[in-house]
Design a protein around this ligand. Structure first.
Ligand code: NAD
Length: 493
């Protein structure tokens, strides 16, 4: 397994405005550090409202030409973009890992999931043909999807390539001009995606990147020319972004945080359960919205808990699991573990003080951690810790497990490990979370099935990928046509 390659020179990112790479009007920059080493790897502009004005203006100027480009021509450019993603897969995977702390294998997997969304976008030219029907004698109704104009996407740190590609390939293919505001913690992969979009031949202004933080996000939402906002990040920010965008009467879909439930019942198959549970809470060092962070142990499953602890003990930092995004996040996660102990829970496996991989000692490392004996009201069972930590809550029955799941404010994913079809069916039918797994620790739907949760994990209608995303990025226009009077009339003729 390859460890991340650290480049010898710093990368200097810029805003992509109207097809040109530009510094910010502020003249300021934000430095970017690698979680693997703690050292700087580059910088990007620290933009403000003036840059947002410029980027939206360029996108708005590009829109008439782009919407008039037939979908089959738009799709050809997206085909080329897909080829470039695959050509540069190793480089993109390393870059995503370098700035987010993931392993290189996880970095590449994120790019490949983005490629899958691109492939869904490519299929739209054949799938999304609209409809036409003669609804009355001589009268036809036609429905067709039309792009909105300039749309914006705001993305989090934990998937530098995949989450932006949940949004822009579909939005752009259906004819919008897209402005990406990537996380300021992982902006370099977004710059590389921008370079590939330019190389693929997208006209200037069709895809833009503007860097910065809250000020840029708010300026984008407030700009009257921005028609829709896609957001992925933490729940408090998702809620605020959704409220601000819909307050302007805009369309918005804002995905938030999670506390995914993983039910383990006594008949679970150990061979599926150990890797399923452990890879779910340690993959991406637990920094993913689909990580199982709450294990509900149903009945007597002590033998399975013991096996999970032993399996997790073998996880090697750097090889199997990457780093924590920054020092502040690692301190926050360690405090959450300490708080769980103070609340009376037991730490079965303690990742604090784990040995970093050789050569990466300056990074932000934390080993897998398992907390047992928590009650449902403890902070470790309620809050999203967003690190390689799973909290075990023990309950006597499946019904009690489902009551916990139903009452939890977050709603992304619920998985069950069982060999019983009846148990699996019960969980699938009674769960209130949006994505359900049976013997799958990370139940991310593959395209064309849409990705999206419920409750405090998603604000807005529809989902972020798949067919459900089309309602976010398009209007349905209905056209009713009559060319001649008909003798044989009814109320509509
Ligand atoms: P975050 O909310 O801190 O930041 C997300 C984006 O919002 C960034 O681009 C950031 O610059 C911007 N932002 C931050 N504060 C803002 C503010 N006050 N106003 C406007 N914009 C602001 O999230 P993060 O720490 O980068 O990412 C981790 C979070 O994202 C976790 O909670 C995780 O569960 C969630 N996430 C959810 C999904 C999902 O599909 N539901 C997917 C990935 C990540």
């Amino acid at each position: 397994m390859d460890l991340v390659q650290i480049p010898s020179t710093l990368r200097s990112g810029a805003n992509l405005i109207g097809g040109r790479w530009q510094a910010s009007a502020t003249g300021r920059t934000l430095s970017v550090a690698s979680p693997w080493t703690g050292g700087d790897i580059g910088a990007v502009p620290d933009s403000d409202g003036r840059d947002v004005q410029a980027v939206v203006e360029a996108a708005q100027a590009a829109f008439p030409g782009w919407r008039a480009t037939p979908v089959k021509e738009r799709t050809q450019l997206m085909f080329r973009f897909r080829e470039l993603l695959l050509r540069d897969l190793d480089e993109l995977g390393n870059l995503a890992a370098l700035e987010s702390g993931k392993t290189v294998a996880e970095g590449k997997a994120g790019v490949l999931k983005g490629v899958e969304v691109v492939e869904f976008a490519l299929s739209l030219q054949n799938l999304d043909q609209g409809a036409m029907l003669e609804v009355s004698r001589g009268v036809t109704c036609e429905v067709r999807r039309e792009p909105l104009g300039v749309v914006a996407g705001i993305t989090p740190f934990n998937f530098p390539a995949m989450v932006p590609m949940w949004l822009f390939p579909i939005a752009v293919t259906v004819g919008n001009c897209f402005v990406l505001k990537p996380s300021e913690k992982v902006p370099l992969t977004a710059c590389r995606l921008g370079e590939l979009m330019v190389e693929a031949g997208f006209p200037p202004g069709v895809f833009s990147v503007v860097h910065g933080g809250r000020e840029v996000v708010e300026a984008l939402i407030d700009d009257a020319r921005v028609q829709a906002v896609g957001f992925v990040g933490s729940t408090p920010v998702a809620r605020a972004v959704y409220a601000r965008a819909t307050g302007h009467g805009k369309r918005a879909l804002a995905l938030g945080g999670a506390k995914n439930h993983l039910l383990v019942v006594p008949d679970a198959d150990p061979e599926l359960t150990y890797p399923g549970v452990v890879s779910s809470f340690t993959g991406c060092a637990g920094q993913r919205c689909m990580a199982a962070s709450l294990m509900v142990a149903v009945g007597d499953v002590q033998h399975l808990v013991d096996g999970i602890v032993e399996y997790a003990r073998r996880v090697q930092l750097g090889r199997d699991m990457g780093a924590i995004i920054d020092g502040a996040a690692r301190d926050r996660i360690e405090s959450a573990i300490a708080q769980a102990e103070r609340d009376g829970a037991r730490v079965l496996l303690d990742g604090r003080g784990a040995t970093p991989p050789d050569g990466y000692q300056g990074g932000h490392w934390l080993g897998p951690t398992i907390i047992d004996g928590a009650s449902a009201d403890m902070a470790c069972a309620r809050s999203e810790i967003f690190g390689p930590v799973v909290t075990i809550v023990r309950v006597p029955t499946l019904e009690a497990a489902m009551r916990l799941e139903n009452a939890h404010p977050y709603g992304n994913a619920t998985s069950v490990f069982t060999t019983s079809g009846a148990v699996a069916r019960y969980v699938a039918e009674h769960a209130t979370n949006g994505m359900i797994g049976v013997n799958v620790g990370v139940p991310v739907p593959r395209e064309p099935f849409s990705f999206g949760g419920t409750k405090d994990s998603k604000f807005g209608q529809g989902d972020v990928t798949g067919r459900a995303s089309l309602d976010l990025w398009t209007n349905l226009k209905k056209i009713t046509t009559k060319w001649a009077l008909q003798r044989d009339t009814n109320w509509m003729s």
